[in-house]
Write a protein that binds this ligand. Structure first.
Ligand code: SF4
Length: 208
C-alpha cells in the first residue's frame, strides 16, 4: 500500500453519497459549492479554529492531521479526545444534519479510528458523531463488523479511483441536493443514448 496514492478521508463520504460524484471530484477534479457544502465547510472551519484544551481529564485536540500508510488513507479529523489517565483516543466527527439510517457516517468515523490506531499503534475502540442540526451526540463502538465494512468501503473507493473510470449518471432524488448537479446533468446524461449509438457504429464497422 505504501507506494500507492493515499485516499483522502473525504472521498469516503463522496463515495457514500454517489460513486460518480466521488470520481468527478477526486479523478476529474470537478468541484462546485452549494448551500449544503458551504454550510458544512463553515461548521468544520469553526470546529478547526478551536484551540486545544483540557477539561476533566480529557485533552481535546482539533483539526488533527492523519496519514496511515498501510491503510492508504489521509485526512483531517475534526476532534480527537484523549483520556489523560489511559491515553485512550476517540475521534469525534461533526455533521451538519441529523443521524441517518445508513451506516456511512459510522464508516467514515471508523476509518478515522483505524487511521489513529495505525499511527499510534494502540487500539481505538470507539468514536462519536456530533449532529449540529439536532445538537445530538452518538457514541459509536468500532465493532469487528464495522471495521470489516469500513475496510471494504476503502477498497471500493481505491478501486474506483485507480480505475480512472467515472460511473454513468443515473438520476435519483438525492441528485437534487448534489453540488455537482449542473456539471453532471443526471437527467440528460442518464438518458444519453449516444454511447449506445457509438458502440453500435463500432460493432457495424467490425462486422464489415
Ligand atoms: S447529480 Fe446525481 S448522479 Fe450526478 S454526481 Fe450528483 S448525485 Fe451523482
Amino acid at each position: 500500500m505504501q507506494d500507492e496514492k493515499l485516499i483522502p478521508l473525504s472521498a469516503l463520504q463522496h463515495y457514500a453519497f454517489c460513486p460518480r460524484q466521488c470520481a468527478l471530484i477526486h479523478n476529474e477534479q470537478v468541484w462546485a459549492e452549494n448551500w449544503l457544502t458551504a454550510q458544512g465547510k463553515v461548521l468544520h472551519q469553526r470546529v478547526d479554529r478551536g484551540e486545544p484544551e483540557t477539561r476533566k481529564g480529557i485533552r481535546y485536540e482539533r483539526g488533527v492531521l492523519v496519514s496511515a500508510e498501510w491503510l492508504g488513507i489521509t485526512g483531517k479529523l475534526d476532534l480527537v479526545e484523549i483520556e489523560l489517565s489511559t491515553g485512550n483516543m476517540k475521534p469525534v466527527e461533526y455533521k451538519r444534519g441529523k443521524p441517518k439510517r445508513d451506516s456511512w457516517d459510522r464508516i467514515q468515523l471508523c476509518a478515522q479510528g483505524l487511521c489513529l490506531e495505525e499511527m499510534q499503534g494502540r487500539p481505538v475502540r470507539s468514536g462519536a458523531l456530533w449532529y449540529w442540526q439536532v445538537r445530538h451526540r452518538d457514541d459509536v463502538e468500532f465493532t469487528e463488523q464495522l471495521r470489516d465494512e469500513t475496510r471494504s468501503v476503502i477498497a471500493g473507493v481505491r478501486d474506483l479511483l485507480t480505475s480512472g473510470h467515472t460511473p454513468k449518471a443515473a438520476y435519483e432524488k438525492k441528485c437534487d441536493s448534489c453540488s455537482l448537479y449542473d456539471l453532471c446533468n443526471p437527467k440528460l446524461s442518464g438518458n444519453d443514448l449516444s454511447a449506445g449509438y457509438v458502440d453500435a457504429l463500432f460493432d457495424e464497422e467490425n462486422r464489415q
